[in-house]
Design a protein. Structure first.
Lengths: 945, 172
């Protein structure tokens, strides 16, 4: 029935009209009785236009509400109604309602707005008196009681008007009558005076103490308006002259000229596309012409002209998408106002940099997170007036919003001078909520702790107020901002306030990306997802296999590895073997998951323009869209989150608690021992702990010399003693081979090589399976590795059997006190290692008491009261780990001097350092018996028994 | 005069123009109203995870257009002469897709009456995409229904998606 085109136009226009009304009403409120005609007129005209158009289109309810509002504004304009917080409240609500009706214009006629209209009407009949005690303060309680009507006395209004006028002219004189009135009002107010009036009064007295209200109001207002006007001009949205600094002059011109047109965003997008293509064509032309340049001199200027125009065209079109951040800022004065009222706080919101521009999409998307942060600052940040007073701060809390450009990014800061964040409380809360462990909490520095408020499921508000804590946490804020390619961080000075800093890209349309190639196709990966680029090689960057999946070991961390060709389902002929040594990887982060993506090649970084994929191709989980590369070829953009869900990577790499993540990861591979798998034949499989191996060499059988009954290998000018497995351990047979592997290890300064015909693998295995069941000399235990029964060799034990003379020499010579008995406490969760260590130590004549975890060990230790000479502990254990145990032991005065040796199967520097920090005396690898014994000797030297 | 007589002779007859092209050994046609342009954009980028019918995506003056491969959809043998291949950009309901064809022949004008809507035994072409058949001197032109082509790839894409989801569930 209605012309939809017309209706659409109405909605657009009404939106524009109403956009500024809120701000202007707030200004009217701030000015109070000092009514500024131009300002009121502007609002009046805006509402009037809405009313007119609504009437024409048959939108009865919109017409109704705007009509009433217009009436009220008319009275204000005629100085028959003095705006006060309550009245402005009703007007704001009417404006809100209008906005809502306009957003749902189709159903607007079915809504019921009688109550609101009645309230507006009530204002009219009540125009003569200011109502300090009327209406509930809480702005959220939309339906207020109609305020008590006072028999209007025109005389009073007139008096007020005069005072008002006087106050404009002579602000100094205006102060006196005002304050008197304020003090008069107070006793008049009901006993249950609402918070709003009190606040308003407090604010007034407070302000008056400093300077006159009109002056101050004028100043903040004109500041705000200058900002706004600047913003608008910069945005090129609407022509509002900002030539004069005077607010009056500007207000008059608000609705005047029209130097802009409304353009559909789609048209702009098309223009963008075409400009991009033009750039491409230009580039191609430049390339071709480059070859002929010398032939035609005239070409040069033409080409550079084209070049310039194209660049400018592209920039201009990009500019059309830019909008001032002020478009979002405008709503915050209202937010702050309503919050101050409902929370009984005194908050002054100041804004700066409203003219800073960023992409339309970003401006729109940042509104919600920013609102949340402003609400947070008001609700949790700023303290209640009494609290502020007792802290020696001004009663008025300040929240400052600031936007500015920095290094090609847009920064927004929300600074409050409130209480800041209490790191102690936050720590306790985080532990209580299970976000981090108590131990991690203790380790974290305050800055990291503060960062925890971005962790999922975290809200520090002791009681959930209606203001914040509506189920939206800071984690959502962070997620939303990160979705835009931005970041957010918080800085807090406990007792003095906090600063939240948001960094946003200038534009979403252009995404800095890394181009990678896989199977001859190029793909783009947004830089925002990329943590680092890695080329495998060396020990700290290598690809390993854990059970069925590949992982990247990167500086002691294990990161799941995904091969792009697998993720994309490309059938590539896998060139096995050497490829792992020279693999290019991109480490990506998506949400809380981190993984490494193996690609053929990492090519280059490029700023790409994101294009949507056709409808038929949307919804593909792996792709975030596509783009056109510099040469015109289409390339797909990979979606890191999609790859995660597609390949079902589960990582707990919680970025806010990454230390924790590492710990947990370490826990899960605690029992993994790096083993060298070897064998003499198909029947006999052995394993040697990699930790005790110095190196492995491959030698021709012919190069092994036999000296007496022993085999030696000429090596670096000397000889290396060799040991055959079958010399010590019973084997079924030894396969004859041309070349053998020599596993070199050290025992008390002697280098020994163990000869093995087959070297099967080096892998991380779980050998927490069985203990020494065979009882064979030189065998530490038996385990199932790769479905084979494998004997784990005790190289030290083997050497002792094969070369007893080395031990005889050592025992009397090196350590005279060797034979003494030490009392050693062992904490080790793996039964295999526990037995192994106990056996080793017992063989040496020590008295050993062993426990499964740190907790049991600690209990025994503290009860036994310094009965022990040494503590030997595993690092990764359930209940209480080695670090925790060490800390406890060191915290106890009795055990300050107790030597603590931590056993580990990991050579992780970070973990090592953590241990040393905690008070560990030394580190030893589990299987390295000689070193372990030597350390024990060294540490207990001088210990009296 | 002739126009007048034609009008009177065939009162309801509308003529349509058909772009004819070859694909494999079949001559096909599409209503010219649905053809936006014919170009040589053959540099198609594969889209991993997309439906079998979809050949990839191509850059059409800054717009990324999905390209389908008729050979695969109609199960025809691929072309032997790539230099004659063309990309037919169809535009249906403001949506564009590209169709890779072996060779564009010409444009023929036909009266709707000459189109047989009950195709005979056209075994070479999947029936669901056939709008009608036009008999031309020595051979027949199979006229495709572009809307049905659009629908088909869309459904296929959906099927793939559900299939993938199913597989994922199973593998879990």
């Amino acid at each position: 029935m209605l012309d939809t085109e017309l209706l659409h136009e109405f909605v657009e226009e009404a939106r524009d009209h109403l956009a500024d009304v809120e701000m202007q009403l707030l200004q009217i409120e701030a000015l109070g009785e000092n009514i500024q005609d131009d300002l009121v007129n502007t609002v009046f005209r805006a509402i009037h236009s809405v009313k007119g158009a609504a009437g024409f289109l048959g939108l009865t309810q919109i017409n109704e509400v705007s009509h009433r509002l217009e009436n009220v504004l008319g009275k204000v304009r005629d100085h028959q109604l003095i705006p006060d917080p309550y009245k402005v409240d009703v007007m704001l609500k009417a404006a809100d309602r209008l906005r809502r009706l306009i957003e749902e214009v189709d159903t607007s006629n079915e809504t019921d707005n009688r109550e609101l209209c009645e309230k507006l009407d009530a204002l009219l009949s009540d125009s003569n008196v200011s109502q300090p005690d009327a209406g509930p303060a809480n702005a959220d309680e939309a339906e207020a009681e109609p305020e008590p009507k006072n028999s209007g006395s025109k005389t009073r209004t007139t008096t007020r008007k005069t005072t008002a006028r006087k106050s404009t002219k002579k602000s100094t004189t205006a102060r006196k009558p005002r304050s008197t009135r304020a003090s008069q009002k107070k006793p008049a107010a009901k006993a249950s005076e609402d918070a709003r009036a009190e606040l308003a009064a407090a604010a007034q007295t407070n302000r008056e103490a400093e300077e006159s209200v009109p002056n101050r109001a004028e100043r903040t207002l004109s500041d705000a308006q200058t900002n706004l006007a600047k913003a608008r001009d910069a945005g090129g949205e609407k022509a509002k002259s900002s030539g004069s600094k005077d607010a009056h002059a500007r207000a008059g011109k608000l609705a005047a000229s029209e130097s802009s047109v409304r353009v559909n965003v789609r048209v702009l997008d098309r223009l963008m596309n075409l400009a991009g293509e033009l750039v491409l064509s230009r580039n191609q032309l430049l390339r071709v012409l480059g070859d002929y340049k010398q032939d035609r001199a005239g070409f040069d200027s033409i080409v550079s002209g084209l070049d310039q125009v194209t660049t400018e065209l592209q920039e201009a079109i990009m500019q059309t998408r830019m909008q001032p951040i002020g478009n979002v800022f405008t709503k915050f004065p209202r937010v702050a106002r309503d919050l101050s009222a409902s929370l009984g706080k005194n908050i002054v919101l100041t804004m700066e940099g409203a003219e800073v521009e960023t992409d339309k999409t970003i401006v729109e998307a940042i509104a919600d997170p920013l609102t949340h942060l402003v609400r947070n600052a008001c609700d949790h940040g700023i303290e209640s007036p009494p609290a502020r007073a007792s802290a020696g701060k001004p009663v008025e809390g300040s929240v400052h919003l600031k936007a500015f450009h920095q290094a090609g990014k847009v920064l927004i800061e929300i600074v409050d001078d409130g209480a800041g964040i209490d790191p102690k409380r936050l720590r306790a809360k985080a532990v209580e909520k299970g976000v981090i462990s108590a131990e991690t909490a203790a380790k974290m520095c305050d800055r990291d702790v503060v960062d925890l408020i971005f962790a999922p499921g975290f809200s520090t508000a002791e009681k959930i107020s209606s203001v914040s804590g509506r189920g939206v946490g800071m984690d959502v804020v962070r997620t939303n901002i990160e979705k835009l390619g931005g970041s957010v961080e918080i800085e807090s000075n406990y007792g003095f306030g906090s600063t939240v800093r948001i960094t946003l890209p200038l534009t979403l349309a252009i995404v800095p990306s890394m181009i990678v190639s896989q199977s001859d196709l190029r793909y783009a990966i947004p830089q925002a997802n990329i943590v680092e680029l890695v080329q495998t090689g060396g020990n700290d960057k290598r690809i390993e296999r854990v059970s069925n999946s590949e992982v990247l070991r990167l500086r002691g961390q294990l990161i799941p590895l995904v091969r792009l060709q697998d993720a994309l389902g490309l059938d590539a002929n896998r060139s096995s073997g050497a490829r792992d040594q020279d693999q290019q990887l991109v480490v990506l982060e998506a949400g809380r998951s981190r993984f490494a993506l193996a690609v053929d090649r990492v090519l280059d970084s490029e700023e790409i323009v994101v294009k949507p994929l056709g409808r038929h191709l949307s919804g593909l989980p792996l792709l975030a869209g596509c783009t056109i590369l510099g040469d015109g070829q289409v390339a797909m953009i990979l979606d890191a989150a999609g790859i995660v869900s597609q390949t079902q990577i589960h990582t707990e790499a919680d970025s806010s608690a990454s230390h924790l993540g590492e710990d947990r990861e370490a826990g899960s591979r605690a029992e993994l021992q790096r083993m060298v798998l070897l064998g003499c034949s198909d029947q006999d499989h052995f394993a040697v702990s990699m930790d005790v191996v110095s190196r492995i060499e491959r030698v021709a059988v012919g190069s092994i010399d036999v000296v007496g009954d022993r085999q030696v290998l000429p090596y670096r000018g000397g000889t290396l003693s060799l040991l055959n497995i079958d010399e010590v351990v019973a084997v079924s047979e030894v396969d004859p081979t041309d070349a053998v592997f020599v596993i070199v290890f050290r025992v008390y300064g002697h280098e020994v090589g163990l000869i093995t015909p087959h070297l099967n693998d080096i892998c991380d295995c779980d050998i927490n399976l069985s203990d020494d069941a065979t009882g064979q000399p030189g065998v530490a235990g038996v385990s199932i590795i790769n479905d084979r029964t494998t004997r784990i060799l005790d190289l030290y034990g083997m050497t002792r059997i094969a070369r007893p003379e080395w031990f005889e020499q050592r025992e009397p010579g090196e350590t005279p006190e060797e034979r003494r008995t030490l009392k050693i406490l062992v904490c080790e969760d793996s039964p295999f290692f526990r037995n192994f260590i106990c056996k080793t130590l017992t063989e040496e004549g020590h008295a050993v008491t062993a426990f499964e975890d740190g907790q049991q060990g600690w209990e025994h230790l503290s009860e036994s009261n310094s009965q022990f000479d040494l503590l030997l502990t595993d690092v990764e254990m359930p209940v209480l780990d080695g670090i925790g145990l060490t800390k406890r032991v060191r915290a106890d005065e009795r055990f300050q001097q107790l030597p603590i040796v931590a056993l580990t199967s990991l050579s992780n520097d970070a973990a090592r350092q953590a241990g040393l920090d905690a008070g560990v005396s030394d580190y030893q690898v589990k299987m390295n018996k000689p070193e372990l014994l030597a350390t024990i000797d060294r540490l207990t030297k001088g210990t009296s028994r | 005069m002739s126009v007048a007589t034609e009008m009177t002779n065939e009162p309801q007859a509308k003529t349509i123009q058909i772009v004819t092209f070859r694909c494999g050994d079949v001559t096909l046609g599409i209503d010219i109203d649905h053809v936006q342009e014919i170009n040589r954009l053959l540099n198609v980028t594969r889209v991993p995870g997309a439906s079998e019918m979809i050949h990839g995506a191509v850059n059409l003056r800054g717009e990324v257009v999905t390209v389908i491969d008729l050979h695969r959809i109609l199960q025809l043998a691929p072309s032997a002469k790539p230099e004659r291949c063309r990309n037919l950009i169809l535009n249906v309901g403001n949506e564009r897709i590209g169709v890779l064809v072996d060779e564009v022949s010409d444009i023929l004008t036909a009266s709707e009456d000459d189109l047989s809507h009950r195709p005979g035994n056209v075994s070479a072409v999947d029936r669901q995409f056939i709008d009608s058949v036009y008999l031309r001197e020595d051979h027949i032109v199979v006229i495709l229904d572009s809307q049905k082509l659009f629908n088909a790839i869309e459904h296929d894409a959906e099927d793939e998606a559900t299939l993938a989801a199913d597989q994922k569930l199973k593998s879990k």
